[in-house]
Design a protein around this ligand. Structure first.
Ligand SMILES: [Zn+2]
Length: 274
């Protein structure tokens, strides 16, 4: 009996500790978000996130509050000799937080560090062929999202994206869409949706559009989406997320059902911003 009481007591203490921890965390975040947004950071937003100017005022405010929280919780590490500056931190945080607007969010809870390289960078990978032979291969990458809590980015690619905001490409959006996808433990193009009733249409629409992109890629037919999205469902979700934010009007016109799924997921209608 005593053992049962002690177990129950330990359980209650653990739950109380978790709840009070979350309460402290949300209080801390509210205080951080309420800090004045530095004027110099506003100038960075205008330079490095042209989309910022098109956001309705309430979303601009929400974004600035999110950026403060994001920057207070994530560590930035300069790689390959790159020195981390406010320009780099704010530009990356702004684009990462764009994906969190209007949504119930815990600010990429699995993400701890953002590693920034001056330009594209090499990573070594083990490759296993069809008969099981393992070899080391070197890949040149602009970015990567790891499930162990890191995102890797090329600063030069981010600068190129900022200079061509309507190109349909945005490295930061791509890699942070992967982070959202990975929040349920699997990178499969199916992030956590807000309601269980959203899954059937998400699955049906994304599967159909993914198959259509694979056909386009195989036959060399034009597509609004980069063929890279035909690699697998996780890349498809990341690629269509880039286009959703950067070429929203065309996306909505050409792929209305897919646009609607992303609009419901991201709780945003970027086509209405232009
Ligand atoms: Zn990717």
């Amino acid at each position: 009996m005593l053992a049962l009481i002690l177990v129950s007591l330990a359980g209650a203490i653990a739950i109380g500790w978790i709840v009070s921890g979350r309460w402290r965390s949300s209080r801390r975040r509210a205080a951080v978000a309420a800090r004045p947004f530095p004027k110099a950071w506003r100038a960075i937003l205008k330079r490095r996130l042209p989309l910022y100017q098109t956001l309705p005022p309430h979303l601009q405010l929400q974004l600035k509050r999110h950026i403060q929280v994001f920057l207070s919780e994530k560590q930035f590490i300069g790689c390959g000799g790159l020195e981390i500056t406010d320009e780099i931190r704010v530009a990356i945080a702004a684009q990462a937080c764009l994906l969190l607007l209007n949504r119930k969010t815990d600010f990429y809870p699995g993400l701890r560090q953002i590693l920034v390289y001056p330009d594209a960078f090499y990573v070594d990978r083990e490759h296993r062929d069809d008969i099981g032979l393992v070899s080391e291969q070197r890949h040149l990458l602009a970015g990567e999202s790891w499930q162990q809590g890191q995102v890797l980015l090329s600063w030069q690619t981010l600068l190129n994206d900022a200079d061509a905001p309507g190109s349909g490409h945005n490295l930061v959006i791509h890699e942070f869409a992967h982070q959202l996808d990975q929040e349920d433990g699997i990178a499969d193009g199916a992030p956590l949706l807000s309601s269980i009733t959203d899954y059937p249409s998400w699955s049906a629409v994304l599967s159909e559009e993914y198959a259509a992109l694979r056909r386009c890629a195989a036959e060399g037919l034009p597509s609004l989406f980069d063929y890279y999205g035909a690699s697998n469902p996780a890349e498809f979700f990341a690629v269509v997320s880039e286009v959703f934010f950067t070429r929203a009007a065309e996306f909505k016109l050409l792929h209305p059902a897919l646009y609607h799924e992303l609009e419901r997921f991201y709780q945003l209608d970027p086509a209405s911003w232009q």
